[in-house]
Design a protein around this ligand. Structure first.
Ligand SMILES: [Fe+2]
Length: 387
């Protein structure tokens, strides 16, 4: 493939994929039934010409949008309530969620909470708690990803941090899936190299952990395999040349595919990365990238056959060992630290991290039981660098 194809997908939602397709924003907003949308993004993106251009595109079609960008890199509950207040005060009728994980999740959560009467914590992704929500009170959502990794644009959940307890909670509702998505790889070409690498490694981690989780979901497993191949082949390309639109497009697909796949489960990479991120404010994807080989090694007995198949599919020789070597070399070439010390993490909170990891919602998807001792062993390996 030498050019980015321009295609429409209806799986898992309506996706308009292609270079320059942000030009269809006004048309998509109208299809979603919005006349006065609230554009939700993060403060950094709000200042970029990209956001002004989106507002201009809407205005040219007679759509007056307001911007809400009081969103932290890890959105907190007060960001969501402030967004809901802005939504109501402005008489808005839908949300355009723009960004990486924070802008997309905040936008989705504001749309979700705009018509609910119960507190947000009542809708945590536990059992059937989502049935407590009034589906008629969920505003329509259009999502525009500007990174390639989180995949939140095709997800039915949003992550919000509880400011009182400093814990991240997943809020879930099937109607939080955006009605329309514009995947335009041109929007990702300005990403700094380290954000490109971090978000791309997050996409790879989603695919690998979904593939390795023991639950039966062959559809997700198939998507995880091709998503992993796209990330393995294209992440080095976008890191070397951020303007490579074809590779940027493939990474955007890999990001969305990872999020579709991980309804099958995640595992110890995320279970350890979440507390480290919460306690040390490290980049989520970069933290996953550091933990990745240590977790693969720890899980080896349970995942060897699957990883051998994946390696064969991706043209990586040497079975499990060859795949691990490939990951280590790619990680080094991309500038990912080999140890978590490289992210500023030491052993001071080792026990707390293990305690948090084993109760993280992703821990149950690890193919080998993540006991407290196991979490400590992986953490220690990632600190010492010994594989
Ligand atoms: Fe992730």
């Amino acid at each position: 493939m030498t050019t980015v194809p321009s295609v429409n997908w209806s799986y898992p939602t309506a996706v308009r994929f292609g270079a320059g397709r942000i030009k269809e924003l006004a048309a998509v907003v109208k299809l979603a039934g919005m006349k006065r949308p609230l554009l939700v993004t993060d403060p950094g993106l709000a200042k970029l010409p990209m956001t002004a251009a989106m507002l201009d595109l809407l205005k040219a079609d007679g759509i007056e949008a307001a911007v809400f960008s009081d969103v932290k890199p890890n959105p907190v509950d007060s960001n969501i309530s402030a967004g809901v207040a802005a939504y109501k005060a402005g008489g808005h009728d839908g949300v355009i969620a723009v960004g990486g994980g924070s802008g997309l999740d905040a936008g989705k959560l504001i749309a979700f909470m705009s018509g609910q009467t119960r507190p947000i914590w009542d809708f945590e992704d536990i059992g059937d708690w989502y049935t407590r929500a009034d589906p008629a009170g969920i505003a329509p959502i259009v999502a525009v990803p500007t990174t390639a990794g989180t995949g939140s644009e095709v997800g039915r959940a949003g992550v919000v941090t509880n400011e009182e307890t400093h814990t991240k909670k997943v809020i879930f509702h099937p109607k939080m899936l955006p009605a329309y998505v514009i995947c335009d790889p041109e929007l990702t070409t300005g990403m700094p190299r380290m954000i490109t690498v971090g978000t791309g490694m997050d996409a790879l981690a989603h695919c690998l952990e979904a593939l390795c989780s023991p639950f039966y979901h062959p559809m997700s497993e198939g998507i995880a395999v091709e998503g992993a191949r796209l990330a393995l082949e294209n992440l080095p390309r976008v890191a070397a040349n951020g303007q490579d639109l074809v590779a940027r497009g493939h990474m955007m697909s890999a990001g969305a595919m990872g999020a579709v796949a991980f309804q099958k489960g995640l595992g110890a990479i995320h279970a350890l990365s979440h507390p480290v991120g919460a306690l040390y404010d490290t980049h989520h994807g970069m933290t996953n990238a550091v933990f990745m080989p240590y977790v693969l090694k720890f899980n080896r007995s349970a995942i060897e056959a699957k990883i051998e198949r994946l390696a064969g599919f991706c043209g990586i020789k040497g079975g499990f060992d060859g795949f691990l070597e490939h990951i280590l070399k790619m990680r080094a070439d991309l500038g990912v630290p080999h140890t978590i010390g490289g992210l500023g993490v030491d052993d001071a909170k080792r026990d707390l991290i293990a305690d948090m990891a084993i109760v993280d919602p992703t821990a149950g998807g690890n193919p080998v039981e993540l006991t407290r001792d196991a979490a400590l062993a992986i953490f220690d390996a990632a600190l010492s660098g010994e594989l």
